[in-house]
Every structure is written in structure tokens, then in C-alpha cells.
Design a protein around this ligand. Structure first.
Ligand code: FES
Length: 103
């Protein structure tokens, strides 16, 4: 069963914003989409680009290196040159604190 690690406060990330955290040695990006939080690994599955530094648009995050789009909710790669999904992690908020799944 997954454990959850506290990474910060939920109000550190406003709606439509994102922030990079390290969870158990893995860099992840947490995105706030209209008050719901989603977490993806901060590494593009195409060529290791810094996904968390990409622009957000309509629930997608766009890799700054070659422009592949990923669905923030599912991690699915929506456009080439990436075709493998980005790993995603569950996020929960408790008493205003943000927790990310870890193993
Ligand atoms: S490294 Fe992300 S699209 Fe190439």
C-alpha cells in the first residue's frame, strides 16, 4: 500500500500554478487545476526534459525541450515526440498540507 509523504502546504500552489518538489529522491511537479492537485514525475519521457518547467495549457503540461504535451490528470503523452506516459503519483490534501504518494 502506498505511503504518503508531506511535501508542503496546499496554498503554496494557486489555481493554474505548479511547483516542483522532491519526494523520496524523485523530482516531481504538482499542478493545481482548479483546486484539484495532480502530480507527475518532473522528467519528460521523450528525452528527459524538465517537464515541470513547461507551460500549462488546458490541463496539459508542455515539455519545454521539444514541445510534447502531457495530460496533467493522467500523465498520458498527447503529442509527439513523446509517446510514453509520464509517471503520476496520487496527491492528497489534509488540513491544508499536501501529501504525495511514495513507496
Ligand atoms: S524531452 Fe520532452 S519533448 Fe523531448
Amino acid at each position: 500500500m502506498a505511503n504518503f509523504l508531506k511535501v508542503g502546504r496546499a496554498d503554496e500552489i494557486g489555481p493554474g500554478e505548479k511547483k516542483i518538489y522532491e519526494v523520496d529522491g524523485i523530482e516531481v511537479v504538482i499542478v493545481n487545476l482548479d483546486g484539484e492537485y495532480f502530480c507527475l514525475e518532473d522528467v519528460c519521457t521523450h528525452d528527459g526534459g524538465p517537464l515541470g518547467e513547461g507551460e500549462l495549457e488546458n490541463g496539459h503540461i508542455i515539455c519545454p525541450r521539444h514541445g510534447a504535451r502531457f495530460d496533467v490528470r493522467t500523465g498520458d503523452a498527447l503529442t509527439l515526440p513523446a509517446f510514453e506516459p509520464a509517471p503520476t503519483y496520487q496527491v492528497k490534501v489534509e488540513n491544508g498540507d499536501l501529501y504525495v504518494e511514495s513507496y
